[in-house]
Ligand binder design. Structure first.
Ligand code: NDP
Ligand code: 2IT
Length: 449
């Protein structure tokens, strides 16, 4: 990260680093927000006096717990689980659960912090949180996954509730894991209530929730292109990842006439110069559902396969990072600019590192940050909560209409708060300020403490 020139920002970040040692991802997420908010609140004595930004960087609480489970060979295994309850100023804590060996407190704190701003942008009454475990689902049997999920929920159940904290999926947690966790909660408490979103349709899930994040990322791109009188038709799209978000992002792109030229996993990238067909994509989705690797696409449907897990050096018009944090670094951003990419819509959380953000900011590339672009997932989670409270379920069309409206509204907020005097839009600044305002106003209304 380059040296911080703004004195107030530097002092603030020093405090954050001192209070949170050894948490680089958390520092990065806070810096990404504070660089816009510190100048924004410079003359706002009330917000400064009430220490709103300082309070927002301190989670309400972090719960950390032991998860003990038995593998198929009868070995007892121990993992660490967490729930970071970041901020409930505007609604119950809400955010996903990640099962991945790279999960640390720092990673979950960055995700929970970012979630507060994202959830605020949706316009729904949702606070922010995140949870997970350093459990590696890869290569585990279905029974092992079930036992892990049950053990995880046995502890987590003490801290969640439909009006308290409502987790959902994230990396390594999809409909299957949510089902196992929901079943365990019901078994333990004898209560059938909306304590998780991303549930199966049969037990209170919402139509379009699996698709929502990926579709929303594409709707955000459509909104950005529309400001230039442009559309997705015929655009070459580099997509990274091949999980939930990447797959449905690719599905919507193909449906809307764009060319999906890449997908990837942690092992490598496939390149399909003329764009994948729907059949190719369905083939990939089946492959991934059965634990397959992207390398198998070379024989599966003749895609080119590269060992590097990033597609950013490939020629593309549009980029959709949908794998994980910091997957676009300085060299990747430079390659995107050089190859004529015109816009980036972030599906993964914090996929661009600070140097990449600077490079894209200094270029004509439009760049929607994750907290705005991937908010469709949590937005439809919010709609799932509404449907659970109403004891009703809405059709695909109804949910999709809400989703489009929510993303369009987020785009409008970014433009309103991020447009400079020359008419250029800084989507990061717009999202940070719009997300901050609502939470800050609620916190001010509650007074100190
Ligand atoms: P999945 O578990 O479904 O898929 C994750 C994908 O990312 C896989 O292709 C995986 O490859 C790849 N990946 C994971 N870690 C790494 C890594 N360290 N390096 C390279 N590739 C990696 O997760 P999702 O699709 O749900 O999540 C993807 C991103 O989207 C995450 O940043 C998540 O936080 C974000 N997100 C998810 C939402 C949701 O509703 N699910 C909502 C909003 C954001 P491999 O198979 O090799 O591990
Ligand atoms: O990062 C995210 O927004 C998610 N993983 C989805 C959270 C949710 O509660 O649906």
């Amino acid at each position: 990260m380059s040296e911080i020139k703004d004195k107030d920002l530097a002092a603030f970040m020093n405090g954050v680093k001192r209070r949170n040692p050894g948490e680089p991802e958390f520092h990065q997420a806070v810096h990404e927000v504070a660089m816009d908010i510190i100048p924004y609140i410079r003359d706002n004595e009330q917000v400064k006096k009430m220490r709103i930004l300082e309070r927002m960087t301190e989670p309400d609480r972090i719960i950390s717990f032991r998860v003990v489970w038995e593998d198929d060979k009868g070995n007892i295994r121990v993992n660490r689980g967490y729930r970071v309850q970041q901020n409930n100023a505007i609604g119950p804590y809400k955010g996903g659960i990640r099962f991945h060996p790279t999960v640390t407190q720092s990673v979950l704190k960055f995700l929970a912090f970012e979630q507060v701003f994202k959830n605020s942008l949706t316009g729904l009454p949702l606070g922010g949180g995140k949870g997970g475990a350093d459990f590696n689902p890869k290569g585990k049997s279905d029974s092992e996954i079930m036992r892990f999920c049950q053990a995880f929920m046995t502890e987590l159940s003490k801290y969640i509730g439909p009006n308290t904290d409502v987790p959902a999926g994230d990396i390594g947690v999809g409909a299957r894991e949510v089902g196992y966790m929901f079943g365990q909660y019901k078994r333990l408490t004898d209560r059938f209530e909306g304590i998780l979103t991303g549930k199966g349709i049969e037990f209170g899930g919402s139509a379009i929730r699996p698709e929502a994040t990926g579709y929303g990322v594409v709707y955000m791109m459509e909104c950005m292109l529309a400001t230039k009188g442009d559309s997705l038709k015929g655009k070459a799209c580099a997509v990274s990842g091949s999980g939930n978000v990447a797959s449905f992002c690719a599905e919507k792109l193909i449906e809307l006439g764009a060319k999906v030229v890449s997908l990837s996993d942690s092992g490598g990238t496939i390149y399909v110069k003329d764009g994948m067909t729907s059949d190719n994509l369905n083939w990939v989705m089946d492959l991934k559902a059965n634990g397959g690797r992207m390398s198998e696409c070379a024989t599966g449907f003749g895609a080119k396969y590269y060992a590097g897990n990033r597609p950013w050096a490939l020629p593309c018009d549009l980029a959709f990072p949908c794998a994980t944090q910091n997957e676009i670094e300085a060299a990747d951003a430079r390659a995107l600019v050089k190859n004529g990419c015109i816009a980036v819509s972030e599906g993964a959380n914090m996929p661009s590192d600070p140097d990449a953000i600077d490079i894209l900011r200094d270029s004509p590339v439009m760049h929607a940050p994750s907290k705005a672009a991937n908010a469709g997932g949590v937005a439809v989670s919010g709609l799932e909560m509404s449907q659970n409270s109403l004891r009703m379920s809405w059709t695909r069309e109804e949910v999709d209409t809400h989703l489009k409206k929510i993303i369009t509204n987020i785009h409008t907020q970014c433009v309103d708060k991020g447009k400079d005097k020359d008419g250029n839009v800084d989507y990061f600044k717009g999202a940070n300020i719009a997300g901050f305002d609502k939470v800050a106003n609620a916190m001010l209304a509650y007074g100190a403490i």
